[in-house]
Every structure is written in structure tokens, then in C-alpha cells.
Design a protein around this ligand. Structure first.
Ligand SMILES: [Zn+2]
Length: 302
């Protein structure tokens, strides 16, 4: 029991310790490209890395990954840290350790692309899960449409005009669902942007970073969303129940807690409060939108 708690203590210590760059070696190098002699990791004249020796398999692999901008800047370290010490890693990044980690927005776009790739067939069952769920939705749509069309004047209260409105609404719902699937990146970034507002209100003066800027907080949220996408990519590849993915969302509490220095209880309360604010704001917008649409209809009708 003591051994376990000691291991846990070491783990939490490791979590909070920033990434350490290896000390520079005193060894001197002669650059194979320009012939300059120097000590350090890079040639000061042409920038070639001192590590370049004979062409190796690892080197070839990194160059191959570099085609997609992946072979540099600690991608593997960023993934590991996002899973094991996300909030502390984000804090270190915001404090300026930018060379140690993969850039947040680049990671965001790459992960979203990867997850679309996986959802559309690159998974263990080889099934296109996007087409499947659009298909299911369309089937439901045509059922409700024929239901609406099938009701005759006599057995329902629906007039021809009401039927038309219902069919039109269903068509709009279908279109917006398809649009959402095709613009997943845009949709999730806008959601993040809208939700960041109320959340920032509670975290802008947190104990760990008392002068947190909004732009920094937004970068933190992009990293947190990257963390969730990593989980969803793994679950999606294994084609597990989509419900499991929903269960990973609360894991966002961990980085927010580590980043802010608030207690878990406080972090959870602030997230709930932000959701409420976000919900109320959305409802007010919809309400205002409804009133405007109603007024427009009235003016047109008059
Ligand atoms: Zn050189």
C-alpha cells in the first residue's frame, strides 16, 4: 500500500515538472554541409543538425512524417503529455516552452483530419461510419416525411400549409446535419470559441496563472480539445460504442484543474456554471431570433 502511494507521489511530482532539455555536449563537430567546426546541436552557419550521421531508418521515417509537418517539435512528447499531464504541459507551453511541444492549432487540424479519415473507413471494421449515420438520419427523415404526407385532411388537424411547413423544417434539419458533418472543424472551433467566453470569466484570475489572457486561455482550450480528439480517434479506430466517447468528455476537468490550480470541486462548479451561462445565452439568442422571424412573418402577412 505504501509502495503504491509512493509511486503515486512520484508520478504527481513528474507531472508537475516541466520538460527538461538535455545539457549541451562539449563535443565538437565538423559540419558535413559547410565544413564549419562548432560545439552544440546545430551548425551556426547553415543550421544543419549535429545529429545527422549516416542515413538511418529512423531518419527516413522522420523525413516521411515531415511531409505532413509531423516529424518535428516533439509530436510524441505532446501526445504523451496531453494524456498524462495535460494541464501542466499547457501551462509550460504558455510560459514559453514552445519548441518542446507540437503547435496547438496545427495539431488541431491534423487530429480532426485524422478523425474524419478514421470515421470514414480507416478503422478495424472498415465501415464508413459517417455515411452510416447520415443514412440512418435520412431513413428517419423519409419516415417522418411520408408520415406527414400520409395524413389526410379528414383524420388530422393538419392543413396543406402546415404539412408544407413541416416538410420544409425536416428538409432544413437534414441539410444542416449534412453541413455539420462536412464542416466538422469549423463547427467544433466555433463551439470552442462560444464556450470559451463564459469559461474564461471563471478562469481569468486562477491561482496558477493570475493574469491569464483570453488568447492564452483559448490556446489552452484548443490543446484540451486535442486531448479529447486523441481519445476519440482511438475509440473510433476500435469502432467502440459512440456512448463511450461521450464518457471521455468529463476528462476535460483534469487539464482545467491542473492549469488553473483550483481544486477539483471548484473546477467542476465553474464548468457547470459556464454551461448554464452558455445555455442561457444560446436560449436568449434563439428567443430573439424567433421574435425577429415572427415580426418578419407578421410584416409580410400584413
Ligand atoms: Zn554547416
Amino acid at each position: 500500500m505504501n509502495a503504491i502511494s509512493e509511486k503515486y507521489r512520484q508520478f504527481t511530482q513528474w507531472q508537475q515538472r516541466p520538460h527538461e532539455v538535455m545539457p549541451m555536449s562539449e563535443e565538437s563537430h565538423v559540419c558535413p554541409t559547410c565544413g564549419t567546426s562548432y560545439t552544440g546541436n546545430y551548425c551556426p552557419r547553415c543550421g544543419q543538425s549535429a545529429k545527422i550521421g549516416r542515413y538511418s531508418f529512423k531518419k527516413a521515417m522522420l523525413l516521411f512524417l515531415d511531409v505532413w509537418g509531423l516529424g518535428n517539435r516533439g509530436m510524441f512528447r505532446s501526445i504523451r503529455d496531453l494524456l498524462l499531464r495535460p494541464g501542466y504541459m499547457i501551462r509550460d507551453y504558455l510560459k514559453g516552452m514552445q519548441m518542446a511541444y507540437f503547435p496547438p492549432f496545427k495539431m488541431f487540424f491534423l487530429l480532426v483530419t485524422l478523425s474524419l479519415f478514421i470515421e470514414s473507413g480507416f478503422n478495424i471494421t472498415g465501415k464508413n461510419r459517417i455515411a452510416e449515420s447520415i443514412g440512418e438520419f435520412n431513413a428517419g427523415f423519409f419516415d417522418s416525411q411520408s408520415e406527414v404526407e400520409g395524413t389526410s385532411e379528414s383524420d388530422s388537424e393538419l392543413s396543406e400549409k402546415q404539412k408544407q411547413i413541416m416538410i420544409e423544417t425536416l428538409r432544413l434539419a437534414r441539410k444542416s446535419m449534412e453541413w455539420t458533418y462536412q464542416h466538422m472543424t469549423l463547427v467544433s472551433l466555433s463551439f470552442l470559441f462560444l464556450f470559451s467566453g463564459p469559461l474564461y470569466f471563471w478562469f481569468r484570475r486562477c491561482p496558477a496563472i493570475p493574469d491569464l489572457k483570453y488568447s492564452e486561455f483559448f490556446v489552452a482550450l484548443v490543446y484540451i480539445s486535442n486531448m479529447l480528439t486523441i481519445y476519440s480517434v482511438v475509440l473510433g479506430f476500435l469502432c467502440l460504442n459512440p456512448l463511450l466517447e461521450t464518457l471521455t468528455y468529463p476528462l476535460a476537468i483534469i487539464p482545467l484543474k491542473q492549469l488553473s490550480g483550483y481544486s477539483y470541486r471548484r473546477t467542476v462548479w465553474y464548468i457547470i456554471a459556464s454551461f448554464l451561462l452558455f445555455f442561457i445565452a444560446t436560449m436568449l439568442c434563439l428567443f430573439a431570433f424567433g421574435i425577429i422571424m415572427g415580426l418578419v412573418a407578421m410584416i409580410q402577412g400584413a
